[in-house]
Design a protein around this ligand. Sequence first.
Ligand SMILES: O=P(O)(O)O[C@H]1O[C@H](CO)[C@@H](O)[C@H]1O
Ligand SMILES: O=c1cc[nH]c(=O)[nH]1
Length: 237
Amino acid sequence: MYLSNLKVEADQLPKKVIVCGDPDRATLIAKSLEENKLLAQNREYYTYVGYFNNEYIAVVSHGVGASGAAVCFEQLIQGGVEEIIRVGTAGSYQKEVRPGSLVISTASVSTDGFSSQIVPKGFPAVADLSVSNKLLAETKKVSFPIFSGITLTLDVFYQGVVPFPHQQYQEAGVLAVEMEIAALYSIASIRQVKAGAIVAIDGYADSNLAEDYNPHTDQIKQAIDQAVIIALNALTN
Ligand SMILES: O=P(O)(O)O[C@H]1O[C@H](CO)[C@@H](O)[C@H]1O
Ligand SMILES: O=c1cc[nH]c(=O)[nH]1
């Protein structure tokens, strides 16, 4: 089967995949794989394969936003992928979840338009328990500020004339906001595959805590590197 959005033949895909928004991050993650190679690229979707812990896996970029990312997730699943871990970045809603720390998303609030068009209102976007547990187990092996809990998936990065819903989700205890996890979890649930996510916090998203957005610092890079190690080991152990 030819996966035309990814430009990949399904039989070249492994069962387990790391996904991330940024194609450059996919390139970086792929450098940790033995015998890594770029299988294909189309639009924002870069597909690398290689071995980690002697297991054949893929690293695929999905771009920014739930709808575009969903095309990638659906194609991976059509290609036989059974487990997906997203390694992303997110903005913090909680003071103690500082820039440079990590969040394992056990569930995500689906405010994105995409999720509302594939599952009924109220359908929960939850991570697979076994994947979250594997991610949590890996965090025990490192000394790094790591939190786990609910994230929020939003379509908007820069506010329009409608105010951001940040404050109510902050009060509700949501840890961080990003743009694709709810789509991943909803698709994984209805297609019956496993999914989880770990995100590096690249700043405060809440307007009361907001700083200048700059995800390109050494501190954020270190957090992403740590998230990558945790995710690769969780996927292959
Ligand atoms: O760093 P990635 O994985 O792209 O994730 C986050 O960063 C992008 C916004 O800058 C959105 O895709 C958001 O979900
Ligand atoms: O969606 C995102 C991703 C990173 N940081 C944010 O504030 N929002």
